[in-house]
Design a protein around this ligand. Structure first.
Ligand code: SF4
Length: 278
């Protein structure tokens, strides 16, 4: 994808490719606190090289356009759940899943927890200078035992109906499970009692309607997921080792971006003849 850097007027401007703000860059062996977002930690899990080039060397990855349709379903779901939160009543979907004892959790910091850019959930990983943080979609409360329930809204368009088994087995959904593992870990670190069951609230756009008619319909499903956070602290230790390394880690063989960059470098070093007009 071709990604052009633009100013607030939409005009193309110089793309530096490297960041100037040193606070977002890690100096190997630094002892000061360093904040790592849930998404950057996931980058580390996907490719240590890209993570290192970003956090230590300050390279800026090309930007991608926003997912405005997905963001809109999130926004509308938040409004629905906030109305139930205000009344402390179960959401309309809960009875279908025997969750009438669950209400959206009312907490004074909810908007901070949802603000992934400036705040989110935060926890300093024990024995390290790493503060992990991440913004949530929602959190519910089990009124029987006062445990909080971690929730993420997910939008998709798939011809197959959503079932928990298929959804949790999906190749592209493994990172979603990591996301909930991290949120549950952060809540626990912040001192909350967290239910062992978290949920994906999945809205699946119906693709076999007879036309658009200025509306899109969705099937809604709750997918329960038993989160696990045992793996997080060992991975944070590995991440710190990578951050402290003087060596750039190797690339991931399956990555199409690196394959493209390598082929492009090869193509550019071979002198290309200038096309003639004759
Ligand atoms: S393989 Fe290369 S482009 Fe792909 S994620 Fe890793 S460093 Fe980035």
């Amino acid at each position: 994808m071709i990604s052009l850097k633009r100013n607030s007027k939409g005009e193309p401007v110089n793309a530096p490719g490297i960041r100037k703000r040193s606070s977002s860059m890690y100096k190997p062996h630094q002892t000061e606190m360093f904040k790592i977002s849930r998404s950057k930690f996931s980058d580390f899990l996907n490719c240590q090289r890209c993570f290192y080039l970003d956090r230590v060397k300050g390279l800026i990855s090309p930007s991608t356009p926003g997912w405005t349709l997905n963001e809109t379903t999130d926004l509308l779901l938040k409004k629905e759940f906030d109305a139930c939160r205000e009344e402390q009543t179960p959401h309309r979907l809960f009875s279908k899943f025997d969750l009438n004892h669950v209400v959206p959790y009312a907490h004074q910091d909810l908007e901070l927890w949802r603000d992934s850019m400036r705040h989110g959930l935060e926890h300093q990983v024990k024995g390290t200078n790493i503060i992990l943080h991440g913004g949530i979609d929602d959190v519910w409360l089990d009124t029987r035992n006062e445990e909080i329930i971690v929730v993420d809204y997910k939008s998709q368009a798939n011809n197959r109906p959503v079932t928990p088994q298929l959804y949790l087995a999906g190749t592209y959904h493994q990172s979603y499970k990591i996301q909930l593992d991290i949120y549950a870990y952060l809540f626990q670190g912040m001192g909350f009692n967290v239910s062992p069951t978290s949920y994906f609230y999945v809205v699946n756009a119906i693709r076999n309607a007879d036309g658009f008619h200025a509306k899109m319909e969705f099937q809604e499903t709750l997918v329960p997921y038993e989160w696990s956070s045992d793996w997080i602290e060992p991975e944070v230790q590995s991440m710190i080792s990578v951050l402290n390394s003087e060596m750039i880690p190797p690339p991931t063989d399956a990555c199409e971006n690196c394959a493209y960059a390598n082929q492009r470098t090869l193509a550019e070093v071979i002198e290309t003849p200038i096309p003639s007009n004759s």
